[in-house]
Design a protein around this ligand. Structure first.
Ligand SMILES: Cc1ncc(C[n+]2csc(CCOP(=O)(O)OP(=O)(O)O)c2C)c(N)n1
Length: 330
């Protein structure tokens, strides 16, 4: 039997898929500009590009409400954008300008945007596990029904604080999801050389709901995240989501000669066969949800949007010299 709900549901799904495609392209185009800013020596310091991992941030953040929380990492631009940050203020932050999210004093690795629930990127590996768990604890005490997501790389699995937090989260049945982005390398070391045993078993040992997903498949990430977020919001407790993914570029923008720790063939394989944007685009075309011209148009629009955001940031003023010690804590 056909109900009126079905067509609406179908069109909502289509809207969701197109939004997720657009958001992944936005992140990739943003990061392409970051790389350009570094190469042109316009950006102080380094940045850790998220290119290749877009489906994780987008799939997870699409399953969240605007009022839900996230915490992020040194590789955090994708998380910030997926949660709703504006590219012009992010570029301004990267360039040390007053219009940036931290008035230019935080830079690439410390972007926080409480208005979109982003409690901050964090340069300390696993440094945000306590913040994300604390946010879930506050949501629980205040009865807000907010869920908290803690993004981290597999390098964080070597940090004891993660296990302290998972233990507390399970004891208190907190609404927090620990999202492990396993991009295979912790700086220049393959994770198999540093990580013993089964990753999911570590979370299961504390009683967390634990699942793994193909981190290059945005629909799979979204579906699994939605399930875990819904159960956390219902009060059924924390979860651990392991996403298998890959970073296309170096550990940071300056890491250009990578052959001593991973092969060109490996990089090529992920880029050509496992690319989250190309594969999702192909699927959208096959399903007749979009045609190639429309997808090319999305890419062109976002490229131009990001270039404008860079222009804004380049032209924006620096903070006043007499404010140099304001808003900093160390
Ligand atoms: C506590 C701590 N130890 C070491 C570092 C240096 N460091 C910065 S990034 C990084 C690797 C992180 O790898 P992973 O967590 O897998 O994230 P990815 O870079 O792969 O996204 C390390 C060791 C740090 N920032 N903090």
């Amino acid at each position: 039997m056909t109900t009126t709900a079905e067509p609406r549901e179908a069109s909502e799904k289509v809207e969701l898929w197109l939004r997720m495609y657009r958001q992944m392209v936005a992140i990739r185009q943003f990061e392409a500009q970051v790389s350009e800013l570094y190469t042109r020596a316009l950006m102080p310091g380094l940045a850790h590009l998220y290119i290749g991992e877009e489906a994780v941030a987008v799939g997870v953040c699409e399953a969240l409400e605007p009022t839900d929380y996230i915490t992020s990492t040194h590789r955090g631009h994708g998380h910030c954008l997926a949660k709703g940050a504006s590219p012009d203020r992010m570029f301004a932050e990267l360039l040390g300008k007053e219009a940036g999210y931290c008035k230019g004093k935080g830079g690439s690795m410390h972007i926080a945007d409480p208005a979109t629930g982003n409690l901050g990127a964090n340069a300390i590996v696993c440094g945000s596990a306590g913040i994300a768990t604390g946010a879930a604890f506050s949501a629980r005490c205040l009865g807000t029904k907010r869920v908290s997501v803690c993004f981290f790389g597999e390098g964080a699995l070597g940090q004891g604080v993660l296990y302290e937090e998972m233990n507390l989260a399970q004891l208190f049945k907190l609404p927090v999801i620990y999202v492990c982005e396993n991009n295979l390398y912790t700086e220049y070391t393959h994770y198999s050389e540093t990580t013993a045993g089964d990753i999911l078993m570590r979370a299961k040992a504390f009683g967390l709901e634990a699942a793994s997903v193909d981190g290059q498949d945005v629909r799979a990430v979204y579906d699994m995240s939605q399930r875990l977020v819904n159960r956390a919001r219902r009060g059924d407790g924390p979860a651990f989501l392991l996403c298998d993914t890959y970073r296309y570029h170096g550990h940071h923008v300056g890491d250009i000669n990578r052959e001593y720790y991973r092969s060109k063939q490996e990089e090529l394989l992920w880029k050509t066969e496992r690319d989250p944007i190309a594969n999702f685009g192909k699927w959208l075309v096959e399903q007749k949800i979009a045609d190639k011209t429309a997808l090319d148009q999305v890419r062109a629009e976002l490229e131009s949007e990001m270039k404008k955001a860079v222009e804004f940031a380049v032209a924006a003023p620096y903070p006043a010299v007499d404010e140099v010690d304001e808003d900093v804590y160390a």
